[in-house]
Design a protein around this ligand. Structure first.
Ligand SMILES: Nc1ncnc2c1ncn2[C@@H]1O[C@H](COP(=O)(O)OP(=O)(O)OP(=O)(O)O)[C@@H](O)[C@H]1O
Ligand SMILES: [Mg+2]
Length: 228
């Protein structure tokens, strides 16, 4: 289908160390189209972050293929994958990974500068996104000077600055109270919908999963369709 953004074909992941082999994911098949919002639930340790790491090329699958807009990205080397990811996939990590030595504005514009956007244009874009995410008056602050919810919003701003086709968000409302969970969920969906992005959202929150157009869970290494 032409509007497919990413396709996972028979994706499997085993971690092999000296004494044992841990099978985490087996035969995962998923097709994400433009504007799909996909939620992935599952108990702690089941393989949700592992799956997002495979999609973003932070880790390689044991077998299977990852096709992004008709391009097989499964075996890209680290350098090619970093370039590809910067342009095409926005990541909101489970533990933010904001750079402590940069203020929020500098953190947010970093992926845009990496792609070669002039600083003036990157700043203008960051201002626009920060307005939507209510971060404008925190842009000069460093990560150590802001709250957890503000860090989460900054991580979302950084993930969307290059207008990637796909956002992968790993428990973006984890560790927040109900009020801030709702605010961040609202903002994330607003930014995804207003830019026609696709979203793969890992979450333990049933309410948040229910907002997605398609729901899945990982159980016993398999991706289970919860839509029917
Ligand atoms: N590098 C590794 N080597 C060996 N095992 C690993 C490695 N990374 C993760 N695992 C194991 O793989 C399994 C899946 O981990 P993963 O981080 O994907 O879980 P998760 O579903 O994201 O959990 P959580 O909800 O707690 O974030 C876990 O049992 C974990 O211990
Ligand atoms: Mg995880």
């Amino acid at each position: 289908m032409s509007d497919e953004i990413i396709v996972l074909e028979n994706l499997s992941k085993k971690y092999i160390n000296k004494t044992e082999q841990i099978e985490v994911l087996a035969d995962i098949n998923l097709s994400v189209r433009e504007r799909d919002t996909i939620s992935i639930q599952g108990i702690s340790g089941v393989g949700k972050t592992t799956l997002l790491n495979l999609i973003g090329g932070f880790d390689s699958p044991s077998s299977g293929r990852i096709i992004f807009q008709n391009e097989d990205i499964t075996h890209y080397d680290e350098t090619d994958m970093a370039k590809f990811r910067c342009k095409n996939i926005g990541y909101v990590f489970q533990s933010f990974y904001l750079l402590e030595e940069l203020n929020l504005l500098e953190n947010i514009i970093l992926p845009a500068l990496k792609l070669g956007l002039p600083r003036k244009d990157a700043v203008a874009k960051a201002m626009e996104i920060s307005e939507i995410l209510s971060l404008t008056n925190r842009l000069k602050h460093f990560p150590s000077e802001i709250s957890g919810g503000e860090k989460q919003r900054a991580a979302i701003a950084r993930a969307v600055i290059n207008s990637p086709k796909l956002i992968c968000a790993d428990e973006p409302t984890g560790n927040l109270d109900i009020k801030h969970k709702n605010i961040i969920a609202q903002l994330l969906f607003k930014i995804v919908e207003s830019n026609n992005l696709s979203l793969i959202l890992v979450t333990h929150e049933v309410d948040l999963a229910a907002r997605c157009t398609r729901r899945y869970k990982i159980e016993d290494c398999h991706l289970i369709d919860l839509n029917s």
